[in-house]
Design a protein around this ligand. Sequence first.
Ligand code: ZN
Length: 228
Amino acid sequence: MASGFQRSIRSELQTFWWECGKAAMEDLANLGPPPPITGGLSEKDELLALYNFDRHGHRPTPDLMKRFRASWERKLLIYETDEELLTIRDELRNIFENGKAVTAQIMSGWNTPRRRLGKIKLLFIDIHGTQLPLPHIELRHVLVMVILGVLPKMTKCANPDCPSPYFLRHKKTQRFCDRPACLAYGQRIHKLNWWREHGEQKRVARRKELRNKQATRKITQKRTGGKH
Ligand SMILES: [Zn+2]
């Protein structure tokens, strides 16, 4: 009986961290403006856009920052300052964009606890109607667990205007997030690409078809003309 109870505590805790961790990870990666799209820019303009973003554009408004804390500080042990949270956000963005190539290095920098001496937060979780203290696992450690589980699903929406482009895809080939505007954008791009690929062939086939029709018409006209 006791072991069944322990098992269910364990699985409730796992679900709790798993679900909170996934949602907090997406939320943090999308906190504040996403980096500028630099594809198609000259090297100089690209550098300038990135420099401006770094200097002025990358900070979320204080309101957004407060909202992030208000949603997650009740559930996860967050000791980070705003500046430290933004560094984690940028590291997460890097993982969302570059996957395996950068993950190990970033995660190995997350090993040390953020909790300063003498500072301790206590959070409680309600399991089976009992308030139990949450084991002391800090934000970045929860993120490590989540990333190890969902790394292949972490990706960036291919719509350059997507307001929250970092998301977990549910299909291997999915390039756009589930926002209706991004799905519509994806369909337009898909059609455009299809036409680029097959349009010319289609046009050639159509012209051929028309020529054949005209030719058959001429022959039939000739034939019917001959009979009279
Ligand atoms: Zn999107």
